[in-house]
Design a protein around this ligand. Structure first.
Ligand code: URA
Length: 435
């Protein structure tokens, strides 16, 4: 078999066999197929697409390109949740402790922020001492002991995806549904997930800007799950405006703690309860959504979820005083609340613009190795559909640099769109697929 023939076959719109896909992924992982051939192949896939069968074969080839984690016997059902990435999406920080507090063990390997979307590991590292680099043994031990783990990827899981994603990022081949689906699902399968709740974000602050594309991606990931013997349910959720109020690492941890203490923004709390309820169902802790939801509410309202979060921080070496007294979390030197310059209904708060502004303040990174500033970020004070009076607080900027603060103010003002007519609030969820 030759790599060039596989590229030509896909370029000409033909279906690749499992052997061809395995040959290609194996050769690429071992460095025998060079980056330029893998890039050409990725472009052929982006332009020609793949069948569900090809995408499943690609997923399994990438999942088995390195180490895999087998959680059979460690937990009754290995459940996982994965968000396709968004702005203000601190869901994991609440959902995992809620689910664990309901008696369903959950071990999660999360990622860092890249581009406009934030990453769970960066958020958790706002808590001094919190370790995000647990070894495989530590992961399994803590999952058995505490029933809750939140760390970075341990070991060499799905290395083919890591290599291919880096190439896709610089060759214009990220927005391909089969490539995104196989990238996400290969990592989940390699990490031992048996039941997965996917949060597929749709909108300006997401990879998928329109609902139909999002549905296609969700259906495909559910199909891959079925074909590979995993249970997968995909929630399609809105990402046109930020989720909750806070965007930026320590600000988001504080908002997650507020939510675990029973306050926090209504949209974020609701989002977390729905996601947690679906996890309880796929994890076989509840038979239907109603029961699952009331279990999740109980965990939140009783303070058990907060206690789980505290135990998680302690188990991973974090300073729990930051959980007990969130005012200790990193704070920016310059905090400015910007008022609305006009009255009106909010028509849009461009999530991508808010996310990019937060990155420019220092909360995210342009390149993987860039340092980040945990203290900086943005709080929005209104949601789409709200009526805002002139002079009311519109957003607050947390900055450590005056020039960046000025630039952020201009950009955020432009990110808010207004209407003189009443505007419908945005839905939290559009659909649920699978399950
Ligand atoms: N997230 C991933 O893990 N992979 C993609 O290709 C896109 C989003």
């Amino acid at each position: 078999m030759r790599a060039v023939d596989i590229i030509i076959k896909k370029r000409d719109g033909e279906e690749l066999s499992r052997e061809e896909i395995e040959f290609f992924i194996d050769g690429f992982t071992r460095g025998e197929i060079p980056d330029y051939q893998a890039s050409a192949w990725a472009m052929a896939v982006l332009l020609r697409g793949m069948t569900d069968r090809e995408t499943t074969d690609l997923t399994m080839a990438m999942a088995h390109s390195g180490e895999t984690l087998d959680l059979t016997g460690v937990v009754p059902v290995a459940v996982d949740k994965h968000s396709t990435g968004g702005v203000g999406d601190k869901t994991t920080l609440v959902v995992e402790p809620v689910v664990a507090a309901c008696g369903l063990p959950v071990g999660k390997m999360s990622g860092r922020g890249l581009g406009f979307s934030g990453g769970t590991l960066d958020k958790m590292e706002s808590i001094p001492g919190y370790r995000t680099n647990l070894s495989r043994e530590e992961f399994i031990d803590q999952l058995q002991r505490e029933g809750l783990v939140l760390t970075g990827q341990s070991g060499d899981l799905a290395p083919a995806d890591g290599k291919l994603y880096a190439l896709r990022d610089v060759t214009g081949t990220v927005p391909s549904i089969p490539l995104i689906a196989s990238s996400i699902m290969s990592k989940k399968i390699a990490a031992g997930a048996q039941a997965i709740v996917l949060d597929v974000k749709i909108g300006l602050g997401a990879f998928m800007e329109n609902l139909e594309e999002g549905r296609k991606l969700a259906r495909l990931m559910v199909a891959i799950g079925e074909l590979s013997g995993r249970k997968v349910v995909a929630l399609l959720s809105d990402m046109n405006q930020p989720l909750g109020w806070a965007v930026g690492n320590a600000l988001e941890v504080r908002e997650a703690l507020d939510t675990l203490r029973g306050s926090g923004p209504e949209d974020f709390r609701e989002h977390c309860l729905v996601a947690a309820a679906h996890m309880l169902i796929v994890g076989r802790k509840a038979a239907n959504l109603e029961t699952a939801r009331s279990m999740a509410e109980g965990a939140l309202e009783s303070g058990r979820a907060l206690e789980s979060f505290r135990r998680l921080v302690q188990a991973q070496g974090g300073d729990v005083r930051y959980v007990d007294e969130p005012n200790r979390l990193p704070q920016a030197l310059l905090v400015e609340t910007v008022p609305a310059s006009r009255a009106g209904y909010l028509l849009g708060i461009n999530a991508r613009e808010v996310g990019e502004t937060s990155v420019e303040l220092g909360a995210g990174r342009a390149r993987k190795e860039d340092p980040i500033d945990h203290a900086v970020g943005i709080e929005i004070h209104h949601k789409v559909g709200d009526y805002v009076q002139a002079g009311e607080p519109l957003f607050t900027i947390h900055a450590n640099d005056a020039a960046k603060l000025t630039a952020a103010r201009m950009r955020l003002l432009a990110a808010h769109q207004w209407s003189t007519e009443p505007v419908q609030p945005l839905p939290l969820f559009y659909d649920v697929i699978g399950g």
